[in-house]
Ligand binder design. Structure first.
Ligand code: BTN
Length: 254
């Protein structure tokens, strides 16, 4: 228990005003063996989203990345991000924010995207590698992680539709970093539990008619949550299909 706590405390933290992307900074962070890194920033000049998209990153949002080097990987890295997204949504609900999940990595509030995760891997996916899990959230509070006098005159942008209002942003950053850190720690030990039942509690798509787009094509069916490895389960007319990656969206009712 003590060594577990020591390992969990083995964190290198870097808080910045502006970086290109916290994921980029985390990918090049100097880490000792077994050490975890956290990079947090007030804003990003070139925030990265999934599928090569950019992530608009004005002041007032939350931008953090957690990083660790692995000698081998015990589970699918996709499962890591799925369970990280779940841990964030479950914490938000504990804070009283009714956040939901949209497979694979989206955080929704009032059915609108309010955040997302981008995991990146450098090195060999089956051998020694570095994994970064980046989290971006649209938050409302204007309190800052770095002291105000280090700031330029840049204003805080208007809030996007899906956003987290009324929460202390610093507390939120601390909580999220802690949750994601714990999930990464379990992943490193090969102890990531199957949290499929917990996922369903917050799954915006569960029981709904959805469309999944992958490199192999477009599939339609009823969403049945995820399996133990975080794969989306789609029930079609005569089958059940599982997806390890892809994009999902609600199907328009005809
Ligand atoms: C998505 O497309 O939904 C994922 C967005 C992930 C954005 C976060 S913000 C912090 C970290 N740094 C980045 O450049 N991207 C991720």
């Amino acid at each position: 228990e003590i060594s577990k706590r020591a390992e969990l405390n083995n964190l290198k933290i870097s808080v910045q005003f502006q970086v290109e992307s916290t994921n980029i900074s985390a990918l090049s962070m100097d880490l000792d063996e077994g050490e975890y890194g956290v990079v947090a920033a007030e804003c990003q000049s070139a925030g990265k989203g999934r599928m090569g998209r950019s992530w608009t990153s004005p002041l007032g949002g939350v931008y953090i990345s957690l990083v660790r080097d692995f000698s081998t990987i015990a589970a699918m890295p996709t499962a890591l991000t799925i369970w990280c997204a779940l841990s964030i949504v479950s914490s938000l609900n504990k804070f009283g924010v009714k956040a939901q999940l949209k497979w694979p990595n989206d955080i929704l509030i009032n059915a609108r995207k309010a955040g997302g995760l981008l995991a990146e891997l450098k090195g060999n996916p089956r051998g020694p590698c570095r994994i970064v899990v980046g989290i971006g959230l649209n938050t409302a509070n204007q309190n800052l992680i770095v002291p105000k006098d280090e700031l330029s005159n840049t204003g805080v942008s208007p809030l996007p539709v899906g956003s987290i209002r009324g929460l202390d942003r610093n507390r939120l950053v601390g909580k999220i970093a802690g949750e994601v850190h714990k999930t990464m720690y379990d992943f490193a030990l090969g102890n990531l539990a199957n949290q499929a039942a917990e996922w369903i509690r917050y799954d915006y798509f569960f029981g709904k008619s959805v469309e999944v787009c992958t490199s192999e094509g477009r599939f339609e069916g009823e969403c049945r949550g995820v399996d133990g490895e975080g794969r989306l389960i789609l029930r079609t007319d005569n089958n059940q299909i599982k997806f390890a990656s892809g994009e999902s969206r609600l199907r328009m009712q005809r």
